[in-house]
Design a binder for this molecule. Structure first.
Ligand SMILES: Nc1ncnc2c1ncn2[C@@H]1O[C@H](COP(=O)(O)OP(=O)(O)O)[C@@H](O)[C@H]1O
Ligand SMILES: [Mg+2]
Length: 387
């Protein structure tokens, strides 16, 4: 029996809503769970369609305001939860209509307003907390199908950081007996999933590498009044300031970054912000991932090494960033690819991931990756709103 699931994602860039329609060939319910239960999952699903809906400017402004603890008011937070429910439902309905698809289920990540993955003390208890907004009950009511939302909390209740969750998809798309792969997503924040050749799900490594488009976007806003550096044109016209030292590349404070770039031309500042993202990714790969991969020792052998980086996320569309990243990882013996080459449009991957997680939850199967989140056990993710 096949099932069509809509995955809905809106990321930290608060740029808009991504909707992916995914068909799962069989529900596989009742199938025995061996040591590697999902090994053939990727052959079981097909991406039918992907659409992107930018948030109207006032909605984007409101979301960014609500992410700011100082500005957010509780009444507006409640309103935003219901408003986003309506907007997600409209985005899904439009996509389904356009592609003439009848849905069975929706998996909606929601908009993260607050995420603190590491426990901190609060009123005498140490708590890790997270909050995604966008009311599932509203989406279910509008669309007439069940909705799964709030995926991160169950992992955190099981002792995990609640992130990243996409490694579950990465593993089933990209794990290979002979090729070591890094799935690199570059959204607001950049994060990677490293899958050594022949690795089991338990050997998957995943973490944030640092800024994705966050610093680039903020610098564009500050210096040019633009949302982002379309096609990397500004960065391409600037020169990277090498004086802005390696240490500072790890931090995300744009004000401090601009201070460090003081006196430089605007394109140079954007070029440098772009290099920051590329270098912090390469740096993380060199320090934390390569030690886990089997690396040929000689330079000649390294040229033939079968390591791949597969890029997804909005910044895959920035050719200047991609050129910098390709340069940096080539030196590490890694070939750069795009998720499009593997059948997934770069900007659709995260939405597809939440369709997959919803599908697993619907069948009462866990889908966190404890080695990625730090959870003590596998957990079934999300909450169900029935139509
Ligand atoms: N044509 C483009 N040229 C350069 N950058 C782009 C382009 N299209 C999208 N982007 C970048 O992608 C970002 C959105 O990426 P996305 O993966 O949706 O991030 P998030 O998951 O944080 O929402 C934009 O803010 C912008 O920085
Ligand atoms: Mg986005």
């Amino acid at each position: 029996m096949s099932m069509i699931v809509a995955g809905v994602m809106s990321g930290t860039s608060a740029d808009g809503i991504n909707v992916a329609l995914v068909r799962f060939a069989s529900d596989r319910a009742g199938r025995a769970r061996g040591p590697s239960p999902h090994k053939n999952l990727h052959s079981d699903f097909t991406l039918l369609a992907h659409e992107e809906y930018p948030f109207p400017a006032p909605v984007r402004r409101a979301i960014l305001e609500m992410m700011n603890a100082e500005l957010a008011r509780v009444a507006d937070l409640a309103r935003l939860n219901f408003l986003l429910g309506e907007l997600y439902a409209e985005a899904v309905a439009k996509t389904a209509r356009k592609h003439r698809v009848k849905l069975d289920l929706v998996g909606c990540h929601g908009q993260t307003l607050y995420h603190q993955g590491a426990p901190q003390r609060f009123l005498g208890r140490k708590l890790a907390v997270t909050w995604q907004t966008g009311e599932g009950a509203v989406i279910a009511a509008r669309l007439g199908v069940p909705v799964i939302s709030d995926f991160r909390t169950a992992d955190m209740a099981a002792g995990g950081k609640g992130a990243p969750l996409v490694p579950f998809l990465d593993y089933f798309l990209y794990s290979d007996q002979h090729v070591a792969r890094i799935a690199q997503n570059i959204g607001g924040i950049a994060n990677l999933t490293a899958i050594p050749a022949g690795a089991s799900l338990r050997e998957v490594l995943a973490f944030d590498t640092g800024p994705g488009n966050m610093v680039m976007d903020a610098v564009m806003e500050e210096l040019f009044g633009k949302r982002f550096d379309r096609d990397g044109k500004v960065a391409a016209s600037g020169r990277v300031l090498d004086g802005v030292g390696r240490e500072e590349f790890g931090r995300e404070y744009v004000a401090r970054f601009l201070q460090l770039c003081h006196g430089a031309s605007k394109p140079d500042v954007v070029a440098t912000a772009t290099a920051l993202t590329a270098r912090s990714i390469a740096d993380a790969v060199e320090r934390f991932v390569l030690p886990r991969f089997v690396i040929p020792r000689t330079a000649a052998r390294r040229k033939q090494a079968n390591h791949q980086m597969i890029v997804s996320g909005g910044s895959a569309k920035n050719p200047t960033l991609m050129a910098m990243l390709r340069d940096a990882v080539t030196q590490l013996g890694i070939k750069l690819h795009f998720s499009d080459e593997f059948g997934l449009p770069a900007e659709a991957k995260e939405a597809v991931a939440f369709a997959l997680l919803a599908h697993e939850t619907w069948h009462r199967r866990p889908s966190n990756v404890p080695s990625a989140t730090g959870a003590k056990r596998a957990a079934i993710l999300g909450k169900i709103s029935y139509a």
